[in-house]
Design a protein around this ligand. Sequence first.
Ligand SMILES: Nc1nc2c(ncn2[C@@H]2O[C@H](COP(=O)(O)OP(=O)(O)OP(=O)(O)O)[C@@H](O)[C@H]2O)c(=O)[nH]1
Ligand SMILES: [Mg+2]
Length: 645
Amino acid sequence: MSLIQCVIGTAGHIDHGKTSLVKALTGIDCDRFEEEKRRGITIDIGFARMTFPGGGTAGIVDVPGHQRFIHNMLAGVAGIDLAMLVVAADDAVMPQTVEHLAILEILGVNRGIVVLTKTDLVDEETLELAEMEVGDLVANSHLAGSEIIKCSSVTGEGIDRLRDELERLCSTVVNRRSDRFFRMPVDRVFTIKGHGLVVTGTVSSGGVKPEDRLTLVPGGKVVRARRVQSHGASVDHAGPGTRTAINITGASKGDIERGTVIVHHAIAKTCKQFTAEVVCHSTSPLKIVHGMSYLLHVHTAETLCRVYLASRKSLEPGSRSIAQVRFEGYAHIIHGDKFVLRSSSARHTVGVGVVAEPGGKPLGRRRLNALMEKWSALAGTELADGVRAVTKERPLGYPVSSLMAMFNIIESRVGQIMNQLSGEVSSFEWKGEKYAYITAAADDVMDAITGAVRNFHKKHPALQGIEESSLASSAAPSLTAELAGYWIRRAISSRRIECVGSALRLPGRQVEFSGGNEKLRRSILEAYRAGGLKSPPKTDKVGGMLGIKKSEAQKMIRILNQTGDLVTLAPDYTLHRDTLDSAQKTLVEEIEKAGFVETARYRDLLGVGRKAAIDILEHFDRAGFTMRKNNKRVLASGHDGGKEA
Ligand SMILES: Nc1nc2c(ncn2[C@@H]2O[C@H](COP(=O)(O)OP(=O)(O)OP(=O)(O)O)[C@@H](O)[C@H]2O)c(=O)[nH]1
Ligand SMILES: [Mg+2]
């Protein structure tokens, strides 16, 4: 079985022999820099590949032990599957042995081996003491029960056993989910002569192949993967958990640094804050204080942040709280990302957290507490709970693409989650976008729509119905016009309401005219019929013409527009329906004969002015009856003429 999807990380105090151990296991010296060689310490993370006797391979990330380079250590262990906690037998447990162990716990690296090295330097008794000390430390940690292997990188003692144990542990690593979008935090960027820019990292989700278009976040630059390499060899595909080098085009070295994440465009989002569950680590010498500055480490990125706690003024070691973490600039964060908080002096690791919601608004303590139900749903392990909680915030339409970006899940996974939540959350497609919605909220909005139409009828008995924009603002004021449009269409298709002309009404409702109104109605209609195409009454003149109040005449014109008897094409240009129908007939005849009609030709055919011809043609365009192609009109597909526009 191939084990290349496993990444091993070293951990442990400075000078305890991590780099020597990796060299003894692989033959590779991870200290690449001249300064590292000169000072004999590791400064930045190094990489090696290990081949197991069984034929599998694993990547190794070697980290620095020096307290000052913990930020590099954090970048290195961000993607590892299992750890080798290295302790020198002559020194035993030291501060960074403890701190690194805490960081491994924080990041959820819960597979590991403890390596007691430099056995050649100590006598039997010292070795036993060191073993006891390390044993105690580990027994009280998340790595309790891990194997302790004694070895020496100088004599080679124990190295074969260590290799066997690593092989065994690697085979227990479960491959990470591949039903997510590609994501790889960059830990190195360099140029190779003749090939250009290369970024390396451990793929944290999804996969990458040559020719993929990817996005660098923050920044949003789109790049192309030219070549993909894993462990020194070109590959067609690199999946989650693989040490990977991608040769990219489309960006320069200045666009990328350690901390940049290279991702699939569907999740290329950034934010300036997130809400998370924060834990002050039990080994932290400091409390986490509300509003204080900390160093935030998330995947390979590092930035200054402030932590705003929901619970108390400060968090004691071992306690936890929901908090908002705000930072300068932008970072790419996804639900479930783990992070580490260090004191702003960079001396102490103080906390850890898991992101509940990336982005969002800054919230005060009261509001943060009021949303506890949402945070606990998002902090849980069940993705469906998180999806339900988020959708509830915009219950009538949460873009599925936003769910995909927030949770890093592909569309089919969203579908599975919907099935899991069947009855509670459903989805619809509208104008090219897919939305999730809360089923119960859909019933409510349908009731609100019918209620608003009913109220309108009560208030305006003489009007045919309510206009769509007024209905949207009274029945669903929190929705965008686009989403309100969807729910109104849905109310129409389920026959709760119906559409007549531009008005929406309860099904079958008719406007009844009283005696006086009926007279007014008839005289206005007659005036327009008589005016025909060429001289219909001006909207503001018809009152005067008929000896009635201007406001009354205009109200009746509005009603007659709703009933469809009159059609107002422009503010001062209204036609009788019959007149418009005959203009439509002329149009169809001409298009059938000539294949199209031009404005000038239509104007001549109707014998009206250019402005009127344009008003009429634009009305047919709006109604979807005709289509404009350059200066010519043709019938829109689906119209074979003769139908009502
Ligand atoms: N005798 C002996 N010396 C060792 C052994 N392992 C490492 N050393 C020596 O210990 C020193 C530190 O070893 P490194 O491997 O650089 O230690 P490290 O843990 O990588 O140090 P940092 O990366 O700086 O934290 C070097 O001088 C090594 O030669 C060992 O098993 N036996
Ligand atoms: Mg080293």
